[in-house]
Design a protein around this ligand. Sequence first.
Ligand SMILES: Nc1nc2c(ncn2[C@@H]2O[C@H](COP(=O)(O)OP(=O)(O)OP(=O)(O)O)[C@@H](O)[C@H]2O)c(=O)[nH]1
Ligand SMILES: [Mg+2]
Length: 407
Amino acid sequence: MSRQEKARGSRMKMIGVGDAGGQVVEHILRAGWLPGVEGVVFNTDAVGLGRMQLGERLALGRSLTRGLGTGGDMELGRRAAVHDADEVKAVVADVALVFLMVGLGGGTGGGAGPEIARMARDCGAMVLGMATLPFSFEGERRRQQAAQQLEMLRQHADAVVVIPNDKLLKLVGDDATALEAFRKCDEVMAIGARAVWQLLARPALIHLDFAALRNALGGQHGEGVVVFGEATGADRATQAVEALLANPLMENGQILGRSERVLVSVCGGKDLTLGEVQKCASAVKRIAPRAQIELGAAVDEDYGKKLSVTIVASTAVPARKPTPVPVPVAVTTGEAQPTVRPAERSAAGTVPGAAAREVSAKSRPKQGELPLEKRSSGRFENSEPTLWEGENLDVPTYVRKGVALTG
Ligand SMILES: Nc1nc2c(ncn2[C@@H]2O[C@H](COP(=O)(O)OP(=O)(O)OP(=O)(O)O)[C@@H](O)[C@H]2O)c(=O)[nH]1
Ligand SMILES: [Mg+2]
């Protein structure tokens, strides 16, 4: 059976690699959006893995990292995957389609992710990568590392949907917490995966085979955008498209004007008509005149009277923008604040696009030094630190979190 044939009607898995990838998989499992699709999370960081509640959780490279994560070291992440190749292959064996979720820029998702994609393809699976690019405020080194990782992921996956986190700030606004921003990233990736899954796993009204899917999502594209709109009622097709266009990520439709390829996935209940699908497709075509459009439509009985239209569009490679100045490290001179990872921040932690905003003179913390031991960034000691609201993400998680080592 060819890989293409296997992609329909056979097993699908979503695999999250690293902390961000794990969060996305957990989000999808919790929402129940991809019924029947198994979720697996690989992480070199035992603490991160322990936070996951759903799906199969597998430690990667434990003997290399002692369960402490890679601290942004992508070569260590890559070696961890190679070291545990047997475990990875056991997960991807007999799987037809793998949704591989990673947040690029760190060591595990970005380093191990492309290796896992390669192994999955070697085992005969189709691999659809869904990857985020770091926020600008995460620093130049992380950005460059993410660009390198994206190249590798594109080499090994059949197709990659790339979502730049910076774009998602439009959805949450400057006042959002880091946690809200990351949950929005999780959601956007989940919506993209669901749109593809619906076309492959649900009865098709307009069949889209994997070759067309790969055509729509693959290739050397620039940025991606995943947007979704849904509606019920008499004119639900038009209204679903209007809801989609109202999404800030659409930039009033301009993003489609710049898009080269667009996947349009229409889904509805049993009463979905070809006329409605046609209406959605024509509306997208009008706004994306230069794009090659791949259209698929599926029937999902659970939809009832609802109709949804999701687009996954990719634009040409954008020009590089100058990188903003990194957020300065500011600590209060009083009691030390507990350190938390970005994904764990509570409502008190704001999105650092936000963090770079002016802090009122009254609340501005004084610069000072905490009476802590010097934290080593290991091999990144002499390079630009990856700062997150004053926290250096290159410092191993266990050091940042003050986790005591045993054995
Ligand atoms: N969607 C999402 N993205 C996140 C989250 N946390 C971090 N990120 C993004 O993902 C990138 C990679 O970070 P992590 O996933 O924490 O890194 P990792 O893959 O676990 O790698 P190491 O921790 O360096 O071993 C970051 O630079 C952020 O841009 C999250 O909870 N959700
Ligand atoms: Mg991690």
